[in-house]
Design a binder for this molecule. Sequence first.
Ligand code: PLP
Length: 456
Amino acid sequence: MTLDIQTAGQIDRASFFHPFTSVADLMRDGPTIMVEGQGVRVTDIHGREYLDGMAGLWCVNMGYGHPAITEAIAAQSRKLSYFHAFNSMSTDVAIECAEEVLKRAPVPMARVFFGVSGSDANETQLKLIWYYNNLRGLPKKKKIIARKYGYHGSGVATASLTGLPSMHGLFDLPQGPFLHVSSPHYYRNAPDGVSEREFSRQLAAELEALIAREGADTIAAFFAEPVMGAGGLIAPPEGYFEAIVPILRAHDILLVMDEVVSGFGRLGTYWGSQAIGVEPDLITAAKGITSGYFPMSACLVSPKIWDVIEKGSETAGLFGHGYTYSAHPVGAAAALATMKAIDEQKVVANVAELAPYLHESLKRALGDHAHVGEIRGRGFMVGIELVADRATKAPFKPELRTGRQVLKAAAERGLITRALGDTLVFAPPLVFTRKDIDELVSKFSAAIEAVEPSWL
Ligand code: PLP
C-alpha cells in the first residue's frame, strides 16, 4: 500500500461512498481501515489486530487467507478468468459447482441458479416465483409475505421485502406486492405470560388471517431466514415453523428459506433449514458459499418448480433473466474449494460442538448484568440486547447510542462485533476454537464494563 495513514483516511472521507454507513459518523470519526487478515484475525492500517467476531459480514466462515481457497481463485483466474453462462454457454467449474451444491442440498433440489450477491439471488427468487405462477396460469397469485425485521437485501424489490423501516422511508419503499407479518421476536413482542409455543400459535393465526383477508389465490410465497440476522438476531420461538409451514402448504404458498447467512454451516447444520426442521421450495444462499472470498450466490430450485419451468419453456421461449457474472468461473472455483474445505475441516461439526459453549460462556459472563436484557440466538449467531431497565425491558434512549459505544470499546480492545441498535451481535468464523470464544467473551465483557459508567 502506498498511502500513508493520514492520507488514506482523508481520501476515504473525500471519495468513498460507503454502504450502510452514517455519513455524519464517517466524517466525524473517519474510517477503520483494514489491510490484512489471517485465520480469525484482521489487522488495521495502524497495525492493530482484531479478533473478528463477525466473520466480516457473517461470511468469512473459513477464516482469512485460507490457502486452498486463495489458491483455487488464483489458479482459476489464470486458467479461465471469465466466461458467461448465457445462451447455453458453460464452464467446467460451474458445472462441477452446480453438482456439488445440489449434492449438499437439505432436500432434493432440481437446479441451481448462480448470481453474485444475496440481494440479486432474492431478486431472482421473486422473479422465478412470478414466472412459475404465470406458467401455471395463476396470474393473480403474486403477493409475497415476509416478516417485520426480516432482511432480504438492498435492491428495490428485496429492500421492499425486507422489514426494516430504516431501509424504506427516504427510498420511497416498499414498492410492489409485499406484505409483512409480525416478527417472531419472543423477548420483545410476546405478551406477558405467553409461552413460546402459544406465541408461535398467535403468529400463525395472524398469518392465517392475513391470507384469508388477501385471498390465498393472490399469495405466491413466504420468505424467511431460519434465524433473523441483520434485523436484530431473532431465533424462532419454539413451534414457530411447525405452526407456519402447514398453513403455507394448505394454501399453495411457496416457502423460500433465505439462507444467505445460515447456509454452509453457521447454525451447526449444513443448512439452517435442517436446524429448524423445514423443507423449503426455494433456498437462497450466498456469503458462506465462497467464505466471502468471491461474490457469489445460489438459488436452489425444487423439482416442483423446475418441472413447470422446463415444461413451459417450449412455449415461453428464453428464460429472460441473468447476470453477466452468473456462474463466474472464479466464483465457482472459490465455491468448490470452500465446500471441500468445509467437509475436510469438519467445520459444521465444530459449530455444533462449540455453539453451546459460546452461548453459555456469554451467559455466564453477562447473563446477570443489570443492563443485559437477553442473550439469544442459535449456532454461531448470537445477540446480546442491552436495555436501560431489565425488569421493564425499557431500551436506552437512542441518542445515547449505547450499541455503538460498546462496539467502539470492543474495537479498542481488539474485538470486532456489530451493533444492530443496542443489540450487539457475533457471527464468528466457523473455524473458531474454544480459546477464541474465551477471548471474545473476555474482551466483550471488558468493553461492557468500560462503557457502563456512561449509562448511569
Ligand atoms: N439475505 C440475508 C438473510 C442477508 O443477511 C443478506 C445480507 O446480509 C442478504 C440477503 C443480502 O445479501 P447481499 O448483501 O450479498 O446482497
